[in-house]
Design a protein around this ligand. Sequence first.
Ligand SMILES: [Zn+2]
Length: 104
Amino acid sequence: MTTGTDGRLLTLRQTLQDQAERHTDELARLTTHGTAADGMDPQTVAALVESTRQALADTTQALKRISDGSYGRCERCGVDIPVERLEILPHARFCVPCQQARRG
Ligand SMILES: [Zn+2]
C-alpha cells in the first residue's frame, strides 16, 4: 500500500469486518437452525455452507493481511493491487492479470 491510501484501507477493513460478520451469521443460520423450513434440499444447503465457509475464509485472510501489512499486494507477482479493484473486491489476493492467468 502506498501513502495516501490509509483512509481507504480503514474503509476496506470495515467492509471486510462487516462481511465476516455477515458470513458468520449466515453460516450459523445454515448449520444450526436447519433449513427444512426454507424448503431447501440438503445438497443446496451443503453447497451454500461450502461457499459461505470459503467466503468467510477469504475475508478472514484479507483481515489478517491488513494486520500484517501484506494487504493489497498481489500474492503471485507482488505488485500493488489498485485500490479501485480492492474497493470492488476487498478480499482480492491477485492483481487482474494474475487473476486472469489463474482462471485461464
Ligand atoms: Zn499479479
